[in-house]
Design a binder for this molecule. Structure first.
Ligand code: ADP
Ligand code: MG
Length: 615
């Protein structure tokens, strides 16, 4: 019998291995940036074209490579960073496997230009699909430039699998942030299709954070610092009032390497306990230094997870340190959402009922008409009726309009006494809806009772309205007396720019869009000025997290996101007129029963269900 086992040719083995190291252009960015840092560079420039799909190029002023090394660095397991297995337990560099360049060279067109300080001429090598196609002496500056072109050119399946350019660019920026944050002593420039995205001079850690995330970040930072025998912690957490709903800025670095650690995240989150509402997430930039022998960074191929020997001790220490910092900057005692805010009300105001800010403005408002009431949901006193809404009331009353006097037509099949009590109450207040726990609106219907989730109901109403405005492009704006100036990071402004048109159709008027600032002179009628910023912030967050492609899905995401942040919150008291208006608006919707995110908005209870309980 003939032998059937064959060794895979090198280039095939390299292609297979490449799959592990290089998932997308951002993986190339990470490897090249880390190599530049390992080479001792103080100035690193990253250039990408078409989200890195056609070009990722990194130039550094580091050590450079000799001609032999330049040739060798593309060989599998060629690394200058470990010499024996022992070294694996004492790593101070980012790379050590000697896999990255070999993998990248297997699936792209790569050009390397490099020169060491000691040699006068450098080397230029081109390599395609692991084959060296040229090698020559070249006059190049000290340091290294590696250009990776046409990633996955020989693996069309992988290339087709890549996401849209905005998504891939987002991944690249994430990697860039991680390396740049860990190395403030290195200057970084990032260019995207030739235009400047980041220009980060060498600085300290705080300045680096501010240079990346915008000037506004500076005042949000609370320093954290502590040192014990097993770990040294430095960095910043964001003040609790800047907690976000999405993940936002959460960075752990261990020995200057970005890592993900749900366990340590939990430690930090628990230090914030009680400082913000459930569902919010803290922001942090935390740099841990531990003995290299006490960690194992080898457990994950892309090396973003590590294992600590002393996990529990690090958890406890981190939690205590963050708590201490928050306390020291007297942030902790000021904010306490768990406390009943009623206790804080000055005496003379304690008897007055609070007036929540209005969240919707009457479009038919006419200053010359008699003043309309401002409440949580302002509205024209006009009822939008719809068959869906009406049918629930058929048989309950003759007239479908829910006028105050109609309620005494309702027949209660209960005991005499109770019935009379209710009628008396109804006559006095004309109430047909009422609010339970500032969360649900309860309304009697023909078959029994309907319970409506106020926040989800309002989301549905706003969602359909926003979507309509975006698609039919009929902007209705409230002009602001003074333009609103909002600070955002550069990347966030970029995101706003991408959805600018749609936002304008909802009613936003942008008068300026600068590097880190927006000037807004008009906002949608259904939000109040003070909420405009948080609506945009939430939107940016949602876009970052979902990154939809242009077109319908983007409009949908935008409408969903805005509806969610604009909708009246659970916990808001609504007066009767507001409750009724919301219910009417809801039943004028195309899909009144499910929220934009497919949660049920209302449930009904049959009278017979109640009857059974009284048997
Ligand atoms: P690793 O970083 O795990 O050693 P790589 O494949 O990323 O493996 O790189 C292989 C080797 O090539 C490195 O160990 C280093 O000696 C050399 N090298 C790579 N990039 C650079 C660079 N920008 N400057 C100097 N040397 C480099
Ligand atoms: Mg490397």
């Amino acid at each position: 019998m003939t032998d059937i086992i064959q060794l895979l040719p090198d280039h095939v083995a390299n292609q297979i291995a490449a799959g592990e190291v290089v998932q997308r252009p951002a993986s190339v960015v990470k490897e090249l940036l880390e190599n530049a840092i390992d080479a001792g560079a103080t100035q690193v420039t990253l250039l990408i074209k078409d989200a890195g799909k056609t070009l990722v190029q990194v130039t550094d002023n580091g050590s450079g490579m000799s001609m032999t090394d330049a040739r060798l660095c593309f060989e599998r397991h060629a690394t200058s960073k470990i010499k024996s297995a022992e070294d694996l337990f004492n790593l101070h560099t980012k790379g050590f496997r000697g896999e990255a360049l070999a993998s990248i060279a297997a699936i792209a067109h790569v050009e390397l230009k490099t020169r060491t300080e000691a040699s006068e001429v450098g080397t230029k090598i081109t390599i395609e699909g692991s084959e060296v196609t040229s090698q020559e002496a070249a006059v190049v500056p000290k340091g290294t430039t590696i250009s990776v072109k046409n990633l996955f050119y020989n693996i069309p399946a992988r290339r087709n699998f890549l996401k849209s350019n905005p998504v891939e660019t987002r991944h690249i920026i994430d990697e860039f942030h991680r390396v740049a944050l860990a190395h403030p002593q290195v200057a970084f420039i990032m260019l995207n299709n030739g235009s400047d995205v980041f220009n980060l001079p060498l600085s300290n850690s705080r300045q680096r954070i501010v240079n990346i995330f915008g000037n506004k970040t500076n005042e949000k930072l609370v320093p954290v610092e502590e040192s014990t025998e097993i770990v040294q912690v430095k960095g910043f957490v964001l003040k609790p009032q800047f907690a976000k709903k999405g993940r936002g800025e959460q960075f752990f670095f261990v020995n200057d390497r970005f890592i993900k650690s749900p366990y340590l995240h939990h430690a930090v989150s628990s230090a914030f306990e009680g400082l913000f509402k459930d569902g919010m997430q803290p922001g942090y930039f935390l740099f841990l230094e531990v003995d290299t022998k006490s960690i194992d960074i080898n457990i994950h191929p892309t090396k973003t997870e590590i294992k600590f020997d002393d996990e529990h001790a690090i958890y406890a220490m981190l939690r205590a340190t963050v708590k201490h910092s928050l306390g020291q900057f007297s942030i902790a005692p000021v904010l306490d959402f768990n406390k009943d805010s009623g206790f804080d009300t000055p005496y003379e105001y304690s008897k007055k009922s609070p007036v929540a800010p209005s969240i919707e403005v009457d479009r038919n408002f006419n200053p010359f008409q008699k003043e309309a009431k401002q409440g949580n949901i302002a509205f024209p006193y006009k009822r939008e009726k719809s068959p869906a809404w009406e049918s629930l009331y058929v048989g309950l009353k003759q007239d479908v309009g829910i006028a105050s006097s109609d309620l005494d037509n309702i027949e209660f099949e209960s005991e005499e006494v109770t019935g009379r009590l209710f009628e008396a109450e109804a006559e006095a207040t004309g109430q047909i809806t009422f609010q339970l726990h500032n969360k649900y609106i309860i309304s009697p219907i023909k078959s029994g009772m309907m319970v409506i989730h106020q926040h989800l109901a309002h989301q549905r109403v706003l969602y359909e309205e926003l979507l309509k405005n975006i698609t039919v492009q009929e902007a209705v704006s409230q002009q602001l007396l003074f333009p609103l100036l909002l600070q955002f990071t550069k990347q966030d402004i970029e995101i706003i720019k991408k959805v600018r048109e749609q936002l304008e159709h909802t009613g936003f008027i942008f008068t300026k869009m600068e590097a880190e600032q927006l000037e807004i002179s008009g906002i949608p009628v259904s939000i109040i000025e003070s909420k405009a910023e948080s609506v945009l912030e939430q939107l940016i967050n949602d876009i970052k997290e979902e990154v939809p492609d242009a077109g319908y899905s983007q409009n949908d995401l935008l409408a969903k996101s805005m509806a969610k942040s604009m909708a009246v919150k659970t916990g808001t008291a609504l007066n009767r007129a507001e409750q009724e208006h919301l219910v009417n608006q809801l039943f004028a919707c195309k899909e009144p029963s499910v929220s934009p995110n497919n949660k049920p908005i209302l449930v009904t209870f049959d009278v017979t269900d109640f009857d059974k309980k009284f048997m």
